[in-house]
Write a protein that binds this ligand. Structure first.
Ligand code: PMP
Length: 427
């Protein structure tokens, strides 16, 4: 029997808080009912009533090859037939570690975990254990998962210690987190001048993707590197989202920047629940069992997840992949921005590799959280629903980046631009 999304959303709320297993899925920001999907192939999603959508969410980033890529599904089937989990070491984990360290040169060693949240939480503990310091510096508008130290906003003054953004986070944890303005090198310098010898780590999305898509301004990542090196703090690039999106070697390859620790997720799991953190050997060797910093996981390095991730990483290592992804993304964003111009609607876009952001604003540049906050979110919401109606699935929030996959054809992209042209004229 076919159930509509609204029937399913009703049923879901009986035993699932808010009807979803992760809040942004609930369409709270844009309003309306989340779409319940049944199948996906390539760039296309099919909902429970058989309606098809062109997908620019891609499971929030992982499906860089598109859905159901045969290299991935075959690797998964082969592994499932052998075993789903041992909780003991496997050769696949060596292949994954070698591959990740080859692709991201700042990573000498890597440990696999099961989500981006686990990766950042573990990297922060490791940085604190390594430095013997407590303070964590992060940036407004960046998201690094839902660990206690990270659900913190800035206090009232720029350098006051943080306050929790969620009930359940103790003030005594929040006080160790400082939140600074993204893309503001001077704020970083001021913070280090005051607190430098107490700072364990700086964590940053080197291309922010959780306040829509905001690339770093020239000098920002360089300043982070400089102050961390001078003070002995650990520089953590959270590449859970932007890793393997801007370039094969991640944002750090794209911008020529070097992290001490890097966190990964999404693409390295090829659609399976995977995260990873890694970096300098002297820091990574502080982890148990070699060192005293404890971190563990029953399903970490799970063979089915490793098979899916490795197949994905091998596929994106083929020559020409990044040129193709980048070209497709540019065609899409250029097409939509010019459709907006024709419709008389102010819009600008950001784009790095296969990540992009569309902003309903007359600002010529969008470089930070405050700029994103000034965009017209009501207009975005109407655009989102118009596009959904036309069979285009965008992230249900004006604060989320969009993603392109290798499976998006020219036809898909032209259909998307045509849909945007129609919807923008109606706004
Ligand atoms: N870091 C970044 C940059 C992310 O974008 C996300 C999730 N969107 C996370 C960490 C957390 O990852 P997960 O949802 O897998 O826990």
């Amino acid at each position: 029997m076919t159930h509509s999304s609204s029937d399913l959303f009703e049923l879901a709320q009986k035993h699932i808080p808010g009807g979803v297993n992760s809040p942004v899925r609930a369409f709270k920001g844009v309003g309306g009912t989340p779409v319940f999907f049944e199948r996906a192939k390539g760039a296309h999603l099919i909902d429970t009533e058989g309606k098809s959508y062109i997908d620019y969410v891609l499971s929030w980033g992982p499906m860089i090859l598109g859905h159901g890529a045969s290299v991935v599904t075959e690797a998964v089937h082969q592994q499932v037939d052998k075993a789903m989990s041992f909780g003991a070491p496997t050769e696949l984990e060596i292949q994954m570690a070698d591959k990740v360290c080859q692709l991201v040169p700042s990573m000498d060693k890597v440990r696999m975990v099961n989500s981006g949240t686990e990766a950042t939480m573990s990297a922060i503990r490791l940085a604190r254990g390594f430095t013997g310091r407590d303070i964590l510096v992060k940036f407004e508008g960046c998201y690094h998962g839902h660990a206690d130290s990270l659900l913190i906003k800035a206090g009232s003054g720029a350098l006051t210690l943080g306050v929790p953004t969620s009930p359940g986070v103790p003030a005594s944890v929040a006080e160790h987190t400082v939140t600074l303005e993204y893309n503001n090198p001077q704020a970083v310098r001021d913070c280090f001048a005051e607190l430098g010898d107490r700072i364990a780590a700086v964590i940053v999305e080197p291309i922010a993707g959780n306040m829509n898509c905001i690339p770093p301004v020239p000098g920002f990542l360089e300043t982070l590197r400089e102050v961390c090196t001078a003070s002995g703090a650990v520089l953590i690039f959270d590449e859970v989202m932007c890793g393997f999106r801007a370039a094969l070697g991640g944002a750090q390859a794209h911008y020529g920047a070097q992290a001490d620790l890097t966190t990964l997720g999404k693409v390295i799991g090829g659609g399976m629940p995977v995260g990873a953190f890694g970096g300098r050997a002297d820091i990574m060797d502080c982890l148990a069992p070699t060192g005293p910093v404890y971190q563990a996981g029953t399903l970490s390095g799970n063979p089915v997840a490793m098979a899916a991730g490795l197949a994905t990483l091998n596929a994106i290592s083929e020559p020409g992949v990044y040129e193709q992804l980048s070209q497709k993304t540019q065609t899409l964003t250029d097409g939509i921005v010019s459709a907006a111009r024709e419709a008389g609607i102010p819009m600008t876009s950001n784009r790095v590799g296969s990540m992009f952001g569309l902003f309903f604003t007359d600002q010529s540049e969008v470089t930070g959280f405050a700029d994103v906050g000034r965009c017209d979110s009501d207009r975005f919401n109407r655009f989102f629903h118009g596009m959904l109606n036309e069979g285009i699935y965008l992230a249900p929030s004006s604060f989320e980046a969009g993603f392109m996959s290798l499976a998006h054809s020219d036809d898909d992209i032209q259909k998307t631009i045509a849909a945007a042209t129609k919807v923008l004229k109606s706004l």
